[in-house]
Ligand binder design. Structure first.
Ligand code: GLU
Length: 505
């Protein structure tokens, strides 16, 4: 295989959907696997759809995911510019080349005229397709005589350049994922290649740049499958070598019915974009929702590809080794928000307590809580298994930082007995007398006292938990008391006796 060169070619029309990130990821993995080059090309020739901030968003999203661009706007490279609008004047000659060779023509139909024809066809329950069947009856350099259309050009009348799709041809081409595809050209239209605003359309700029940038494999979303025949024909018309093509399946809604959309995420409470989108209609992002980039990438790679084994957790390095286009699925993959959380949970477990403590410390700082990092490491270690996101540490540990403000009434009803205050009062004395208040010795001493007194362990321990935590939740009891310390434990028991005691009277 010649030196692999692949590209991710997004149009900056808004935040990058996770389907787009996955396209970038597969391209990146493929490039790395074959020691090839991964190119980021911004396709912004459609000025109407251009959205401010989208280009930066795309680049930041790739960086966050650990997808490293080899050639691009920031990285440079021999085949630039990598932003199509920066070379907009260079495409005209390719449109002319096709006109000269008889593969394209000028069309002067106004948008209003075309719309009228579309509506007329609709009324007759037909589809208006601008192609060989109707082109002779429309306003273009094929139907009009040469003098007439040349005069129109000279007068500066607005026109577009269209591809001259040949009629009645069965064209056959190969897709690395879907295999052989055959299409009859009668179903295709004379696509616009060059617009009246002097800009190439996506089709022309895309083919020209893939050729000039020596792209060997075009790996892109299946929404481009309908354009595939045209693209193959453009390569033929130019006399250029056609790259290999691979069209990736869609990422589907959780119920499998249709493409995953922002609306699904809004409705069901999950992000469909990698990063928060701050402009106009804002959108939540996986990053801001607390996903680790490695977990996000791992979740994403498996939406449309499988390794052929049971393995689910992959580092980027492993993915580069095992990824193959052959194992990309033909049909769409459902996005499963619970599975996404599961991946984050798995990656969180793999993080060191120190890493987690550092991240949790930031969260606490924002709340005005300052805790020593060593103590935080102990704390995250206690509840790590119960959380999937760093922010969830707070839900599991809030009572470590502040005494309970109220007590779970259901737990009081079930667990608080008449002699509970007496027992807890005694427990205070026991706690005062424990020489080493770390978890194991403290537990041993308390259990010894319970045994000696013949108390019920469950009754004592539930009451202790209730006054220390405020509810019957949290990690091991003596891990909590040791962390908050002897004095704080005693204070909470005293407060509990008095507050709950009063409530019970
Ligand atoms: N600019 C197109 C897009 O926005 C690129 C399609 C392709 O990769 O050919 O997805």
């Amino acid at each position: 295989m010649s030196q692999v060169r692949v590209r991710f070619a997004p149009s900056p029309t808004g935040p990058l959907h996770i389907g787009g990130v996955r396209t970038a990821l597969y391209n990146y993995l493929f490039a790395r696997k074959y020691n090839g080059t991964f190119i980021l090309r911004i396709e912004d020739t459609d000025q109407v759809r251009y959205v401010e901030g989208a280009e930066e968003y795309i680049m930041e999203a790739l960086k966050w995911c650990g997808i490293k661009v080899d050639e691009g706007i920031e990285e440079g490279g021999e085949y630039g510019p990598y932003r199509q609008s920066d070379k907009k004047d260079s495409y005209r000659k390719y449109a002319d080349m096709l006109i000269d060779r008889g593969f394209a023509y000028y069309a002067f139909d106004t948008p209003e005229e075309l719309e009228a024809m579309r509506l007329k066809a609709e009324k007759e329950r037909k589809m208006f397709i601008y192609n060989a069947a109707v082109r002779e009856s429309l306003k273009n350099s094929i139907s009009l005589d040469d003098v007439e259309w040349n005069a129109m050009l000279d007068r500066g009348e607005s026109y577009v350049v269209r591809f001259k799709m040949p009629p009645d041809e069965e064209i056959s081409f190969d897709d690395l994922i879907r295999g052989n595809i055959v299409v009859n050209t009668n179903t295709l239209d004379d696509k616009v290649l060059f617009k009246s605003d002097g800009m190439p359309t996506y089709h022309l700029a895309n083919i020209v740049d893939d050729h000039l940038m020596k792209i060997t494999h075009v790996i892109r979303g299946e929404e481009w499958l309908p354009s595939f025949p045209l693209h193959v024909m453009l390569y033929k018309a130019f006399g250029w070598e056609t790259p290999f093509f691979a069209h990736l399946p869609l990422i589907l809604k959780p119920d499998g019915k249709g493409k995953l959309s922002k609306r699904d995420g809004d409705r069901m409470g999950f992000p469909v974009f990698p990063l928060y989108w701050p402009y106009g209609e804002t959108a939540r992002g996986f990053r801001e929702d607390g996903y680790f980039p490695e977990a996000f990438v791992n979740m994403l790679v498996l939406l449309g590809w499988n390794p052929g084994t049971e393995q689910e957790i992959f580092s980027m390095e492993e993915l580069i080794n095992v990824f193959t286009i052959e194992r990309v699925h033909k049909s769409g993959s459902r996005f499963d928000p619970e599975k996404a959380k599961w991946f984050n949970h798995q990656y969180l477990q793999k993080k060191s307590n120190n890493q987690l403590a550092l991240e949790f410390r930031e969260f606490l700082r924002a709340k005005g809580i300052h805790v020593d990092i060593v103590r935080l490491e102990i704390l995250v270690g206690l509840v790590k298994e119960r959380v999937s996101f760093v922010r969830e540490f707070w839900d599991q540990t809030d009572f470590f930082f502040r005494p309970p403000e109220d007590y779970d009434s259901e737990a009081i009803r079930k667990r608080w007995q008449e002699n509970t205050p007496v027992m807890l009062q005694e427990l205070i004395d026991v706690i005062r007398g424990i020489p080493d208040f770390s978890p194991a010795p403290a537990e041993a001493a308390v259990r010894e006292w319970i045994g000696k007194k013949g108390y019920n362990t469950g009754v004592v321990m539930n009451a202790l938990r209730l006054v220390v935590v405020g509810a019957l939740r949290g990690p091991h009891m003596f891990d909590i008391t040791s962390w908050i310390g002897r004095e704080e434990t005693i204070r909470r028991i005293e407060k509990g006796i008095s507050v709950i005691g009063k409530q019970q009277q």
